[in-house]
Design a binder for this molecule. Structure first.
Ligand SMILES: [Zn+2]
Length: 107
């Protein structure tokens, strides 16, 4: 946690591996990356899960924004406190996380 890094938010380079569409689809893709990552705390995954309180909230670490993002789940519907949206990558990620835990419970 040393030093400050400046990141340009506008990334128009389409060749980049970290394009930010910031929609549900991107969250789903990102979740897949995280799930398959050997190191779940690796900074190479754009988003990783920090905390999961089922049916209440999901705390994510956004490695592109370099900050913690909280997705609240209100009556089963996730809402991102960072983007003030229910259609962003964080919400997509949270939905996948919920589905995964539901699945593993059934089995
Ligand atoms: Zn978001």
């Amino acid at each position: 946690m040393s030093g400050r890094r400046r990141k340009s938010i506008t990334n128009t380079n389409k060749g980049s591996s970290a394009i930010r569409n910031n929609n549900l689809d991107e969250g789903v893709t990102t979740f897949g990356l995280w799930l398959n990552a050997e190191d779940k705390k690796s900074l190479t995954t754009p988003i990783m899960m920090k905390e999961f309180a089922e049916g209440r909230r999901v705390v994510l670490q956004d490695n592109i924004l370099q900050k913690e993002v909280i997705v609240s789940i209100v009556e089963g519907i996730p809402f991102c406190n960072e983007c003030r949206s229910n259609d962003c990558a964080h919400v997509g990620f949270a939905i996948c996380a919920e589905q995964l835990t539901n699945k593993s419970k059934i089995e």
